[in-house]
Write a protein that binds this ligand. Structure first.
Ligand code: DC
Length: 216
């Protein structure tokens, strides 16, 4: 059983998908963390973010692993906080737009579904990585709501950025993610649209778990 949850930044995907996986007892894949790891590695190693071939080679050679809870390990180092920093967030769209990077990460993502039920979240989970998934969801929310969520997330980590700046950055990231040639962010006809704007996290998780056939 594979449940895919796609949608833009701040739609609530990560939180909701993680809780849904817990509730169902499924494995969980945060695919954005993979693109964030490649971005962090590229920045730190001085790989030009415009060089798709070099980024693809870099991505192929990285060891990315998920540890306990939300922990993400990059070549054995805990990068959980670092991959969520604004320095990574503002550059990740460019890295994720490279076909070489996307293909380098495809096998890794598909292997997550081997021998386990899976809830995964990202931008192309239902369209490209798992087109035959059992349940496909597209989560969305108003830009203002999404920016406010992001502001709270950053401020909890001591990074203070205004909502206006975040709305602008979010729109720019949406534009880049939706207009890129390879695996653009888009809602496919077979994805169930859930707008999370006026909903609490629990309400969204309830709604999504209602979409998963019982007894699985
Ligand atoms: O979900 P997130 O904010 O952690 O994703 C970070 C970036 O990675 C986002 O700008 C788009 C990209 N991404 C992608 O292109 N495909 C995915 N499946 C997941 C994320």
């Amino acid at each position: 059983m594979i449940v895919t949850i796609d949608g833009p930044a701040g739609s609530g995907k990560s939180t909701v998908a993680r809780l849904l996986a817990e509730r169902l007892g499924f494995r969980f894949l945060d695919s954005g963390a993979l693109y964030r790891c490649v971005t962090l590695a590229a920045i730190e190693r001085g790989v030009p973010l415009s060089d798709g071939a070099a980024l693809g080679r870099l991505a192929t050679g990285l060891r990315i692993a998920f540890g306990e809870g939300k922990t993400v390990l990059l070549d054995g180092v805990d990068v959980t906080t670092e991959i969520r920093s604004e320095r990574v967030s503002t550059n990740v769209s460019e890295v994720a737009s490279k076909a070489e990077v996307r293909s380098a990460l495809t096998g890794l993502q598909r292997r997550c579904a081997e021998g386990a039920d899976l809830v995964c979240e990202g931008r192309d989970m239902g369209t490209v990585i798992f087109p035959l998934a059992d349940v496909k969801v597209y989560l969305d929310a108003a830009p203002q709501t999404r920016a406010e969520r992001r502001r709270l997330e950053l401020s909890a980590r001591g990074e203070d950025v205004s909502v206006d700046v975040l709305v602008a950055r979010m729109k720019e990231r949406d534009r880049l993610d939706s207009s890129r040639e390879t695996a653009p962010l888009r809602r496919a006809d077979d994805q169930i649209l859930v707008d999370t704007s006026g909903l609490t996290i629990d309400e969204v998780v309830d709604r999504l778990s209602g979409l998963v056939p019982p007894g699985r």
